[in-house]
Design a binder for this molecule. Structure first.
Ligand code: SF4
Length: 374
């Protein structure tokens, strides 16, 4: 942490960054999901990329007693925090499943929400499986959040990946979800068959216009047993790898955050079955970290370029919670900057924003040891 007492070591830009910023009290209430997977149920289409069984690591269909037992288990570990928890049905097209089965699952979850013990119910579904009738049912069951798998807003990409819905379906469903007062989550994929960085940016821009409360971004991973796998094997499709996907996803992450949209997931969850069945694509267990480090590196490079900072000793000032974000995995950012000739000393200041970087190369480098993190 950069203490006020040390400010005299700093030149004007760094002093300003510390003095002009008001400390923000970050009060965060931790939200949790009790995830219940309803794999590949209710899907009227077989999307090119989807192998839900492998993604969720589960093929059994849960029933009411499984919902109750999952919630009871979570209750023990969450204690009083259950009020911030949502019972979440993920993995398929929840609102397109057999109506009786959907009501069985909803009723089981609903008991815990209506008693006031749990915060709500979250579910994921397809954009074309939303209607007023469905939303009425969901509202009376205590559903609070609905996530739509939009994946792309480019009609050609939707068609080529056999999604079976249009971009307009995403707009219509999102509008209805807002109108009913549910929290709206949207999911998009990058690097799909027939897509490009430009089309993925377009998708992000179109989705941001729908004002989702949350976003999930998934770079495409080719799973065995899917249409994409056949296309990949026959050489008709080559998905972007992690190295190609990180700069784009970092840009999308920044973009959504700049619009005040919370990106709650970036990259697929790691699981043994996912690793076994993936054949290609941008899977990396800590994909989000890579993207966040990329944002910080780019912010540093932007400052170096716009301020014309020459190679040599520099002081970099960042938020204390962003140290590993800035240094990067295995100090990759420090190494990159080092190769460009920059010898870096890090100061921290908790009034700086998450990705904010302040650089000074004119400060007296007579720092005290404790002020220097790296
Ligand atoms: S709608 Fe969703 S769950 Fe169903 S096949 Fe497509 S991606 Fe998979």
């Amino acid at each position: 942490m950069l203490h006020a007492v040390n400010c005299f070591f700093l030149t004007a830009p760094l002093k300003r960054c510390i003095q002009e910023k008001t400390k923000r009290e970050a009060v965060s209430i931790r939200h949790s999901n009790i995830a219940i997977f309803v794999p590949h149920n209710g899907c009227p289409h077989q999307c090119s990329f989807c192998n839900q069984k492998e993604i969720t690591g589960q093929s059994l269909q849960p029933h009411a007693e499984d919902v109750r037992s999952a919630v009871e288990t979570a209750r023990k570990s969450l204690g009083e925090k259950t009020r911030n928890a949502e019972i979440a049905f993920f993995g398929g097209s929840f609102t397109a499943i057999d109506r009786e089965y959907m009501l069985e699952l909803l009723d089981a979850a609903s008991e815990f929400v209506k008693s006031g013990e749990f915060g709500g119910i979250r579910l994921s579904t397809r954009p074309d499986a939303i209607s007023r009738e469905i939303l009425d049912i969901l509202r009376s069951a205590g559903v609070t959040s609905i996530e739509l798998g939009a994946q792309s807003m480019d009609e050609q990409v939707l068609l080529m990946n056999e999604r079976g819905h249009t971009a307009q379906d995403v707009r219509t469903a999102s509008g209805l979800i807002h109108e009913y007062g549910f929290s709206l989550g949207l999911q998009m994929m990058t690097g799909l068959y027939g897509s490009s960085a430009e089309k993925d940016r377009y998708t992000a821009a179109m989705l941001a216009e729908l004002k989702p409360d949350t976003m999930r971004i998934y770079p495409t991973v080719v799973m065995k047993g899917t249409r994409l796998y056949e296309l990949y094997k026959s050489g008709q499709y080559l998905p972007p790898d992690a190295e190609q996907s990180v700069p784009l996803c970092a840009e999308l992450l920044s973009f959504f955050e700049s619009k005040g949209i919370n990106v709650i997931r970036l990259g697929l969850h790691d699981s043994g079955s996912l690793r076994e069945s993936m054949a290609a694509g941008a899977f990396y267990p800590s994909f989000r970290e890579l993207c966040e480090s990329r944002i910080m590196l780019e912010n540093a490079l932007k400052i170096i370029s716009t301020q014309g900072i020459s190679p040599g000793k520099i002081i970099v000032c960042i938020n204390p919670k962003s140290i590993s974000r800035f240094t990067g995995q295995k100090k990759s950012n420090i190494i990159k900057l080092g190769k460009m000739g920059y010898e870096i000393k890090i100061y921290t200041d908790d009034s700086l924003e998450k990705y904010e970087v302040v650089i000074d190369n004119t400060a007296e480098l007579n720092y005290k040891r404790n002020d220097v993190i790296y």
